[in-house]
Design a protein around this ligand. Structure first.
Ligand SMILES: Cc1ncc(COP(=O)(O)O)c(C=O)c1O
Length: 388
């Protein structure tokens, strides 16, 4: 069977040098980023301050639309920010936590930065309700749904869990939230680019994530989708001149909000990161997320089979429909094994309560999975000999 997605391998220089199984952390850099960065420098060098008018001012919205297309978000509904934590702060700043509806519901499998942010909002009146995992892999859906009640304001949850790659039932959570008048902030960092996301079909209120993992866009670009009918009503208090109706009038006094996406932005945008993000977004759009997903299910399945054969604990759902692009394998001495794999140019990572995370993407060959697992076997054998 020909794997057409392998045609993109030559676009990613690091694939010639390493076994790159870490796209859940940092996607490989497309070679087009060299030109994008050169273009950025040339624009700055040659056009100087005119660059704002000619290119840079519009870039944040253009890149927002390029991300939006991948999750069926209408044009103009996605703003760009530095990271997910900032996106959560922008959302939080649209709401008042002093009333009865001040509960924030999420699970302990959320990404910690997001939890640290919401924990800190308790000083602003937010009441945090955290639903605990039973098995370290999944989140009990019914318990989460039951926690969402008439006093719930926001439900900031991960679509795919970073530790285990468990896919949450976003549709059920959004439906329950809407039934009781709450809003959902869906973190699609670990889904968009490897698992299909359709923000309109899901009817989520907000979606956020970043481009540096599965979208191969590099650090420095987070994205925030706001449901269009909400977008024109909300007034983020974490705001600034970019969100003003007439930013270059430099008016004194309160902000007169412009329309989305700039309505949700604040200060000077992160131009170099936006430029660097574009080549990856283009490749992902071209490769097609449905095709990427099919390959991912097959390759993660293969990794699980290999790990199971060796008797290592797999902290990722075995059901392909419940699992994103990562397989977390907790073999003995996983942290040290991870360090040794990296020394051998097999790039993976280690997370406590997860193990070694291996994340094949559309550009990985099947042989690379065997190389990764074979190296773990070898390292464990060597360690066993060393302690004897
Ligand atoms: C689900 C999820 N959310 C958020 C983040 C990161 O948040 P931030 O962009 O604020 O660094 C990560 C990983 O880095 C993640 O896996």
């Amino acid at each position: 069977m020909t794997d057409h997605l392998l045609q993109y391998r030559s676009e990613f220089p690091i694939l010639d040098r390493t076994t790159y199984l870490i796209s859940n952390s940092l996607g490989a850099m497309p070679r087009g980023v060299y030109d994008a960065m050169q273009g950025y420098a040339d624009t700055w060098a040659m056009r100087g301050v005119r660059a704002w008018e000619e290119r840079w001012w519009m870039l944040a919205a253009e890149v927002g639309d390029e991300i939006g297309v991948l999750m069926n978000a209408p044009n103009g509904s996605v703003s760009t920010h530095q990271n997910v934590t900032t996106c959560q702060a922008v959302v939080a700043s649209c709401f008042d936590f002093s009333g009865k509806r001040n509960k924030v519901v999420y699970s302990d499998m959320n990404f910690p930065s997001v939890m640290y942010f919401w924990e800190a909002q308790q000083s602003r009146g937010a009441r945090v309700h955290m639903v605990k995992t039973d098995d370290g892999i999944t989140i009990p859906l019914q318990r989460l749904l039951d926690a969402i009640d008439e006093t719930t304001l926001l439900v900031p949850i991960s679509h795919v869990i970073f530790r285990s790659a468990f896919i949450q039932d976003a549709r059920a959570i959004i439906e329950k939230a809407h039934k009781v008048g709450a809003l959902v902030v869906l973190d699609t960092f670990q889904s968009l680019g490897t698992v299909p996301v359709d923000v309109q079909a899901l009817n989520t209120d907000f979606a956020c994530g970043g481009v540096l993992k599965w979208l191969c866009g590099g650090p420095g670009v987070g994205y925030l989708y706001v449901r269009p009918d909400l977008g024109n009503k909300l007034k983020p208090t974490f705001t600034g001149w970019t969100a003003h109706e007439n930013p270059f009038a430099f008016e004194i006094g309160p902000n007169r909000y412009t329309d989305p996406p700039y309505r949700f932005m604040n200060g000077t945008p992160h131009i170099p990161a936006l430029e660097a993000a574009r080549p990856g977004l283009k490749i992902i759009a071209d490769a097609g997320i449905e095709r990427i997903r099919e390959k991912s299910k097959r390759q993660t399945g293969r990794l699980i089979d290999l790990a199971t054969k060796h008797g290592w604990r797999v902290n990722t759902p075995r059901d392909a429909e419940q699992r994103g692009g990562t397989v977390s394998i907790d073999m003995p001495d996983a942290k040290e094994v991870c360090r040794e794999l990296i020394k051998r140019e097999i790039l993976v990572d280690y997370r406590p309560k997860a193990g070694v995370r291996m994340s094949p993407h559309f550009y990985n060959t099947d042989e690379e999975l065997e190389i990764g697992i074979g190296a773990v076997e070898e390292i464990l054998k060597e360690r066993a000999v060393a302690v004897r």
